[in-house]
Design a protein around this ligand. Structure first.
Ligand code: PLP
Length: 226
C-alpha cells in the first residue's frame, strides 16, 4: 500500500460520510476517529500524512505505547475501550483527548478520586448499552439520564461531553437503527452534551442518519495491506 492507495481509500470513505451527513443536514458535522487498535504505527503515520488527526485505541497499554512512539506528531488520542480500575492511573497519565468508555457511576467515582489526587481533569462520554446486550458494557437506556446527571454532580474533575454507544449486533438493519435512535433520543435530552459517538465500519452511515456526530472507524479506515 503506498500513499496514493491510502489517499484513494480515505477519499472514498469520506465521500460516504459526506453523503450520509448531508442527508441529515449541511450543518451536521461528523468527526472521524480512526480506530488503530489492529494497525501499526506505520499505518497511523500514513493516515496522518493524508490529513487524519484523531485516533482511538481500546487498550490502555496500546494507547500509552503508540502515543509515546508517535509523540512527535500532533495526534489526538481517544480511549474507546473499557477501563479496569487498576489502569485508571495509567490512563490519566496518558492524558487522552477523550475517554469514550465511561460505563458506570462506580467507575466514574473511582476515576474522579484519582483525578482529584493528581490534579487532573478528563473529558469523557458515558457509554450506553442501547441494545441491552450482555456482551457489551455501558449503562442501560433507562438509567442513562440519571447516571449522567449524577456523574455531573459528583465528579467535578470529569467533564462529560455526551454519549458513546455500539450499535446492536444484528443482521437486521431495523434493530441496529433502533439502538442508534434510542441513544440519540437520550443524547438530545442531556443539557450541554455535544458529542454523540455512534457508528463503526459496518454501520456508520446508518448511525450518522440517526444523529451521530462522531464515528469510530477501524477496518474501514485502514486499508488491508496488500
Ligand atoms: C474496534 C472498535 C471500533 C472500530 O471497529 P470497526 O468495526 O473495525 O470499525 C469502534 N468502537 C469501538 C468501541 C471498538 O472497540
Amino acid at each position: 500500500m503506498n500513499e496514493i492507495d491510502y489517499k484513494i481509500h480515505l477519499d472514498k470513505l469520506i465521500q460516504r460520510i459526506e453523503t450520509a451527513r448531508i442527508s441529515v443536514s449541511e450543518h451536521h458535522i461528523v468527526k472521524i476517529i480512526a480506530v488503530s487498535k489492529y494497525s501499526t504505527e506505520e499505518a497511523i503515520k500514513r493516515l496522518y500524512q493524508i490529513g487524519q488527526r484523531a485516533f482511538g485505541e481500546n487498550k490502555v497499554q496500546d494507547l500509552v505505547t503508540k502515543s509515546q512512539n508517535l509523540e512527535e506528531l500532533p495526534l489526538e488520542w481517544h480511549f474507546i475501550g473499557n477501563l479496569q480500575k487498576n489502569k485508571i492511573n495509567h490512563l490519566i497519565d496518558a492524558n487522552p483527548f477523550l475517554f469514550q468508555g465511561l460505563d458506570s457511576l462506580d467507575l466514574a467515582l473511582a476515576l474522579q478520586q484519582r483525578l482529584e489526587v493528581k490534579g487532573a481533569e478528563m473529558e469523557c462520554l458515558l457509554q450506553v448499552n442501547s441494545a441491552n446486550e450482555a456482551s457489551k458494557s455501558g449503562v442501560s437506556c433507562e438509567e442513562a439520564k440519571d447516571i449522567y446527571a449524577q456523574i455531573k454532580e459528583s465528579c467535578p474533575n470529569i467533564e462529560l461531553r455526551g454519549l458513546m454507544s455500539i450499535g446492536a449486533h444484528s443482521g437486521d438493519k431495523k434493530i441496529i437503527q433502533n439502538s442508534f435512535e434510542k441513544t440519540f433520543n437520550i443524547y438530545k435530552e442531556l443539557q450541554g452534551a455535544d458529542i454523540c459517538s455512534m457508528g463503526m465500519s459496518g454501520d456508520f452511515e446508518l448511525a450518522i442518519k440517526c444523529g451521530s456526530n462522531m464515528v469510530r472507524l477501524g477496518s474501514a479506515m485502514f486499508p488491508k495491506e496488500a
